[in-house]
Design a protein around this ligand. Sequence first.
Ligand code: GLY
Length: 405
Amino acid sequence: MNFKNYILNGLLCAATVFMPFVSFAQQRKSNTAAEVKFINTELSDAVKQYKYLTANTKADRFPKAYFPKNDSLATSASEWWCSGFYPGTLWYLYEGTKDPATLKAAIGKLADLKKEEFNKDTHDLGFMMYCSFGNAYRIAHTAAYKEVLINSARSLASRFDPKVGLIKSWNSKDPSEYLVIIDNMMNLELLFWATQATGDSSYYKIAVTHADHTLKNHFRKDYSSYHVVNYDGTTGAVKQQKTHQGYADASAWARGQAWGLYGYTLMYRATKNKKYLEQAKNISSFILNHPRLPKDKIPYWDFDAPNIPNAPRDASAAAVMASAWIELAGYTTGQASARYLNTAKEIVHTLASPAYKAKPGTYGGFLLMHSVGHLPAKSEVDVALSYADYYYVECLIRLKKQFTK
Ligand code: GLY
């Protein structure tokens, strides 16, 4: 072989070895570009649809649900637990698109919500104030929003009883009842924020104590969770483990599993304590390995609903799970991480498909169809819900950040 052929031969061999890597890299680049395009399209569709929702909503009201059976949009006053989701979604949409009209609507809605900062009758201040003012402060850095958040954290912390070691979720007429629901895990994010913002560690300690008691008393051996635990308010002993919105006391209510998954993922983010990471991974295994998790990963409203496969699905639970898995993928490695992220992406694509995404100008302006609020009470079954939209848009923002970092 002469020198020229020797070089050519070398180049050919190198190309054979490196070509697959080059084309793999190119493939990955074009997949990422397609994902970013998909997310941007979803965000811009959502902005258009939310303009319709905004036009349908009176100034002092908060969109809550849409009932397709009688074509009606339900709204609430600011004290309803869901009031923060609509402004929070607007803030996310502004963050993702920089649409000025969306920003105007987002700012306007906060003025109506502000008064809830002193509401001590609800544990849902995390949902109400952190999803709204928390995002607003993160994005706009407005000092007045910080003040509202600190006041809200103080109001939430007032519901913590050190004798029980938990924030009381629901007030009861019966003074012997101290009711705590798994949903309460979501409200802890506001407390962690407050410790960071003020340097007062009492909020952090309350959140950790609450999460530790919940981990001990809300979970079964298979890492599914009860919806409600009733404690003895004087001793902190567990009196009952039961449901309110699920099918049965011993069943796995889908959204409750989602709140737990998201809750322990955020506990790990805030504390870096491995036991919370393990809890989030174990809850994930319960959900992902469940024989009744449908192929498209949008859960039935309860994993133990009696009429599966004809039971209603719950898009809200799917959106909460997907958002948690996007985050959890970042705290894990290898197959587990890939499984969380791929499942989350699969859920988001399914929710964006015509099977779940409302057609423009329909559903009162909500984004997603097919959620379940409270089936045992025959309330909000197979409807659009403000929190399904919120966590869906949160997924889009979280994925966009992953693809564009
Ligand atoms: N209780 C809040 C929820 O329905 O998830």
